[in-house]
Structure formats: C-alpha cells, structure tokens
Design a protein around this ligand. Sequence first.
Ligand SMILES: NC(=O)c1ccc[n+]([C@@H]2O[C@H](COP(=O)([O-])OP(=O)(O)OC[C@H]3O[C@@H](n4cnc5c(N)ncnc54)[C@H](O)[C@@H]3O)[C@@H](O)[C@H]2O)c1
Length: 289
Amino acid sequence: MHPTSAAPSSRPPWWRGPEPGRRLLGARAFVTGAGTQPGGGPIGIGEAIAVLFAAQGARVAVADIDRDRADATVGMVRDAGGDAVAVVGDLADPETNRRCVSEAAEGLGGIDTVVNSVAVTAGSGSPVDVDLDEWDRAMRLNLGAAVLTARHTIPHLRAAGGGAILNISSIAATRGHGSGAYAASKAALGGLTRDWAYLHGREGIRVNEILIGHAYSPMGDQGGPEVRARRRRAGLLPTEGLAWDVAWPAVFLCSAEAGWITGVELPVDAGTTSTAPYAVSLLNDRDPT
Ligand SMILES: NC(=O)c1ccc[n+]([C@@H]2O[C@H](COP(=O)([O-])OP(=O)(O)OC[C@H]3O[C@@H](n4cnc5c(N)ncnc54)[C@H](O)[C@@H]3O)[C@@H](O)[C@H]2O)c1
C-alpha cells in the first residue's frame, strides 16, 4: 500500500498527516545506485535515501551493481531497525533491470515508490574531444537505466493503485558545467520527468525530480578541502551539502505530504541556481571562509 492520508487513530478525525518518524510507513521503495562506497568516504545520495526512507517506515530494495555495496547499505538499514533487501545487477542492461525489479517486488511484496539515483559523471564536455564511449555510458546509465527502471516498475505502481517516482538530477541540467554527456543526460531526465508525470498522473503516479547542487557525496568527492570549500561557497548558505540534505526532500516528495505535487524539479542546492554568480562573488569577498 502506498502511504495515504488515512488518519492515524491517535489523531483527531481531521488529521491528514503521518505519524512523526513514520512518513513513509507502508511504502515499498526501489532505490537505484543505493550501495555504500567502500573506504569510509562520504555517504552516497541513493544510500542516504535508502537509509532515511527505511527510518521513515518504508521497506526498501537497495539496487546496485556491486553486491558488497548493496549489502553494506542493507546492513545500515537493519542496524537502524529498518527493513531492506539487496538486488544486484547492471541496471542499464534491460534484462538485468527487469530481473532486479522483479526480485525487489517479490522481496517487498510490491513496489509503489521508485528513486532513480544511479549515474556516472562523464569526462570532458566539448564535442571536439568527447570520448564517445563515455558519452554512450553516461546515456545508457544516467538516462537509460531510469527509463528501464520506470518501464519495469510502473506496472507495480499501477497494481498498488498509484505511487511516486523521483528522479535524481543535477543543476548541471540547467546551468553550464563543462560536462556535456552528463549535462545532456540530466537535462533529458527533466524532460522525462514532466512527460511521465503527464502520462501517468491519472493513474495516481506522481513523478518529480531533485536538482542537486554541489553536494559532498562520492560523486562530489573530487579534490581536497580547498575544492570542497569552493563548492560550498557556490551557494548562499554557510554549510556544505551532504547526501542527507538531499534525502530529506526525497522523503517529502515520495510521501503523502506531496500528494498534490507532480511534474516538478526541486533544486536542492543551497540557493546556487537562485542567484547571480556575480552576487555570490560579492558574498564571498565579504566572507571568504
Ligand atoms: N554529489 C553531487 O555533487 C551531485 C550533484 C548533482 C547530482 N548528483 C547525483 O546524485 C546521484 C548519486 O550520486 P552519488 O554521489 O551518491 O553517486 P555514487 O557514485 O555514490 O553512487 C553510484 C552507485 O551506483 C552504483 N552503480 C554504478 N553503475 C551501476 C549500474 N550500471 N547498475 C547499478 N548500479 C550501479 C555504484 O556501485 C554506486 O554504488 C547521481 O544521480 C548524481 O548525478 C550528485
């Protein structure tokens, strides 16, 4: 059952919200690229989403190409008292994707919530010297895996009477970034988000997207402290964004709280894309820390 706005018995009859800490109670979520990176680096976006969804009452399928990484996230969920299963394989491969979704549906007793987080960065952006193998890889994974996952999960969402799909994108989809294949794949994901929202809204399936800024996750872990500080200074807030800062809005967009929201792109970027780069440079002149 997808989380609904049914009134919990401890609340007055007009109450339409979930119990605190149980915002995804009853959800069965398929989260791609949700494995834990080895070596104790920063927590991943899919990983944090899987852990937080489980902490909010969802049962979670941790989908990743790497068995150890998937098992590690399942272990984190279970350590926190949640419920998760690992499904392992290359999600860009049509037959493997179908098998992973099928195993997840069996393990969870259905699927009503989907998070497409798996992606890779993709080298240089200039068409003059772009590596065509890298281009293909980015398109197959960043875009193709999301399409395949939607293709195979939507029948389960229909069977559940509706559900939520959340695509994890990047501000590179809307701002120049020097990463052509990555930017193009993420921009196309925005097109798909709106199109799927249109196509499946009347089935009770909501489709939304998060545009992540320069957060500190395994993908955003290139460079040392100076690079991290520069990435933080691209935004308006004094703090560095972590995967948890993305996972909380993901909970919201997949919960009944967002039951009338579909087809939107939500920037989660400390205001980076809300402001002019020149104005940010003035802030940084005043406060260079
Ligand atoms: N960190 C940032 O600054 C930032 C900014 C914008 C967007 N994002 C987006 O956040 C998402 C996740 O980023 P992250 O840093 O957590 O990434 P990550 O590298 O930690 O996670 C990727 C996971 O996907 C798995 N994977 C790779 N290929 C796979 C395949 N073919 N099939 C299945 N699993 C596969 C990997 O094993 C890994 O566990 C991506 O969509 C990324 O574009 C991140």
